[in-house]
Design a protein around this ligand. Sequence first.
Ligand code: COA
Length: 362
Amino acid sequence: MLTKKKTGGLAGIVAGDSAICLCNADEESLLYRGYSIDDLAPHASFEEVAWLLTRGSPPTRQELQSYRQNLVRLRALPKPLEAILDNIPKNANKMDVLRTACSALGTIESENNHQIEIADRLIAALPAALFYWQNKRSLLENEETHAGYLLHQIIGKIPDEIHRRCIDVSLILYAEHEFNASTFTVRTIASTLSDFYSAICGGIGALRGPLHGGANEAAMELMQQFSTPRQAEEGIRQMLAEKKLIMGFGHRVYTTRDPRSDIIKEWARKLCSTIEDERLFAIAEAIENRMRKEKQLFPNLDFYSALAYHFCGIPTSLFTPFFVFSRLTGWSAHLIEQRSNNKLIRPISNYIGPTQHAWKPL
Ligand code: COA
């Protein structure tokens, strides 16, 4: 008889090999293709990290320049996609719009291109599709960097360098995180030999939930419920007493610290001092302190990313889409890796249903 091991949520299960990312809970570290985020966040650009993840090694100066130009070119949307976006209601959820845009692009530009070209196309075109849907027109500024382009679309002008760089760093931190729920979904879909776009649609769907990418929006809503740090501490105490989840805290893999959190927290601190409004930052720190005291839980990347995005002028409903704009790189890298040595992903379940009955025909 087959022995089955039960594991809730596949916690601690090694589900395959990967050379893309090392998420080391003991050392509280994170490496992309062997490079630490502690080096990448201050010294690299998102485009370099996107290239590193999707191609396997860093770009040369010339490759980086032509990659940036290519992404600018690939922002142009096909007319049939614009027509589909024109028909999506204004009040739709932005993650639904992205998922639909990805699916539509897959029917218009089906997988004839080389897979790396599809990755580049999605990284460039999905933000453009969302902004087209929001504004009902294409705004193809010649912003060379992805971060500059994204911010320009939102604030309607060339962003300040401090905000642009904060977004650049955030995109680096969000780019990849091994077998998280959305990436595993992408790999599972890819493992059936399905197409690139279907796998990415699955990733977007998995990321949308508040236990995963949706946590950054939920964390912002949480912080904004409070007017003072004291009120925040009391509110969190009460929520914990009611066994509520505090969004932006805890992690399945890290047990003591999320190595990405301190980096983005410093950006949030820097930005709040430039606008001379430290109230929200103080509220965030009060929540962090209370969570440490009561639950020994630490902020994950989503908590202070929410604050950094807020200080950059990004509306809360775009926080999870920003996660997609970045994670498209990690998803694409995993999809390509899965295909390179494919094995159908098909685990088994632990049956807890009724024992066999005889079927009584009506
Ligand atoms: N707020 C309050 N309690 C939390 C918590 C949170 N954010 N995260 C974990 N806990 C508690 C659980 O309630 C549980 O307590 P119990 O043992 O008294 O029942 C304990 O910590 C263990 O949590 P568990 O749900 O088993 O951990 P997990 O590995 O399944 O969950 C997350 C990991 C990320 C899903 C979980 O921490 C969470 O829901 N966080 C909030 C959502 C979030 O920020 N998601 C983004 C992740 S990067």
